[in-house]
Design a protein around this ligand. Structure first.
Ligand code: HCB
Length: 217
């Protein structure tokens, strides 16, 4: 079977909420020598996008999304140790990672946190649904150190809070103390430029590269 066929089968297992099949096919993909990042970007993440589109088209409902999310999380348990091996450089600094207030989507956030950790960042994971006050408190705790804020938002509503994060950093006189990278499906370079953040990234591997570049500036 070609790598493309393996990745397509894995994607289909995820889309069809086949939890056991997803685990099995993730192992098969690794055994075929496909990297953890390629498995995520060229198969699992694409499957989650299909799930999102089907949900939007009212072809599936929340229970099905939750099953696919569980299948994705189980696959990630297998892939996380592999991602940690796929280190791409020496890290520098502390990464405060979080999902914006009102948002509990944590799959991408956890992937990004894993990749940053694998690249030498000391991770302060604030989890999901994090208000800006909490983010400011954490930034103050590490003042004087090299700090990256890596925030995720999966909904257009929670994406708006990213703008408030930048405003809060400025109001508290903390903006120059941190680099800010925002991501998540609705986040674009245009949005990041508009609100005055430093960068965005398409996926977790790119996030690690972008983060390392930012910390060198
Ligand atoms: Co959710 N949901 N959901 N959902 N959900 C989305 C996000 C929609 C787009 C689906 C749709 O309508 N098409 C939609 C949001 C619409 C919008 O605002 N425009 C939506 C909605 C509406 C909702 C609810 C409101 C549904 C309801 O209750 N009626 C509800 C909201 C709950 C809340 O947060 N308050 C909800 C709930 C759920 C769950 C719980 C069923 C489940 C989440 C489970 C979990 O995360 N533990 C879920 C899921 C799974 C999705 C979809 C299908 C997949 C998200 C996902 O995990 N993608 C999603 C559809 C979609 O995104 N197209 C849908 C896979 C990961 C790997 O991709 O983009 O998160 P990622 O992360 C990437 C990338 O963006 C980047 O790297 C990551 C790794 O490669 N990245 C960063 C991420 N963060 C970064 C930070 C950086 O600094 C740099 C890069």
């Amino acid at each position: 079977m070609s790598n493309k066929e393996i990745l397509d089968k894995l994607k289909n297992a995820l889309v069809n909420q086949d939890i056991n099949g997803t685990v099995e096919k993730t192992k098969e993909a690794l055994a075929a020598g496909i990297s953890a990042n390629d498995i995520i970007n060229d198969s699992l993440a694409l499957g989650m996008r299909v799930i999102g589109d089907k949900f939007e088209a009212a072809e599936i409902y929340l229970p099905q999304i939750m099953m696919s999310a569980k299948a994705m999380n189980n696959a990630m348990e297998i892939l996380r140790p592999e991602m940690e091996k796929e280190q791409i450089g020496e890290g520098s600094g502390i990464a405060i990672t979080f999902v914006q207030e009102g948002d509990i989507h944590d799959i991408g956030h956890r992937l990004v946190s894993t990749m940053l950790g694998a690249n030498g960042f000391q991770i302060v994971d604030l989890g999901v649904d994090v208000p800006n006050e909490k983010i400011m408190d954490e930034v103050k705790k590490v003042k004087g150190k090299k700090v990256l804020l890596a925030g995720s938002a999966l909904m257009t509503t929670s994406m708006m809070s990213q703008k408030d994060t930048i405003v809060a950093l400025k109001e508290e006189g903390l903006r120059d103390d941190v680099k800010v990278m925002f991501g998540g499906a609705p986040v674009s370079q245009a949005w990041v430029d508009e609100i005055g953040a430093d960068a965005t990234a398409e996926n977790a591997a790119e996030a690690a590269k972008v983060a390392l570049d930012l910390m060198r500036k």
